[in-house]
Design a binder for this molecule. Structure first.
Ligand SMILES: [Ca+2]
Ligand SMILES: [Ca+2]
Length: 165
């Protein structure tokens, strides 16, 4: 495990706001947790929470109703298993560069090398990076994939950071 300070590891971003998260509340990821876990991340505040359902996680993270759904990552193929739901303050723009949002370390929500399927909303697409900090090999832009093994040279259980645009 790498215990760099959370404010470096947990950085989430909104390009338009130059956003720096003030607080991130994270349920510790435990390898011994058997049940599905659903986490929600509010990119406008950096708040996140996990629970047995995405709805309960949203309540804990105090996600504002006006936020829009950006993307959902799934631990298993066919949009099954534990999830990471990502919400932002606006739909995505057509341009890829700069991205509308990014998440430089999926590990801080226990989702490093875990995503096997994903879907997006509000004109967003996701690009997966093999390493943290949007580095290493990258996937094509993805609107949805029910099996990330079929994307590029295979992106199942591989993403460590993501860009969203
Ligand atoms: Ca997985
Ligand atoms: Ca990786």
């Amino acid at each position: 495990m790498n215990f760099m300070p959370w404010y470096r590891r947990a950085a989430v971003g909104i390009a338009a706001l130059g956003f720096v998260p003030l607080t991130v509340s994270v349920a510790p990821a435990s390898a011994s947790q058997p049940a599905e876990q659903h986490c929600v991340l509010d990119l406008t505040t950096g708040a996140s929470a996990c629970g047995p359902t995405a709805e309960q996680a949203e309540q804990q993270a105090m996600v504002k109703p006006r936020l829009v759904l950006v993307a959902v990552l799934y631990d298993q193929v066919d949009y099954e298993g534990s999830t990471l739901t990502i919400k932002g303050n606006k739909p995505c723009t057509a341009a890829y560069d700069p991205p509308d949002y990014w998440l430089v370390d999926l590990g801080f929500l226990g989702f490093d090398n875990r995503a096997e399927s994903l879907r997006t909303a509000n004109q967003c697409e996701v690009q997966l990076f093999d390493d943290v900090d949007l580095s290493g090999p990258r996937s094509p832009w993805i609107i949805r994939s029910r099996d990330l093994r079929t994307v590029g040279d295979g992106w199942s259980n591989r993403a460590s950071s993501i860009a969203i645009s």
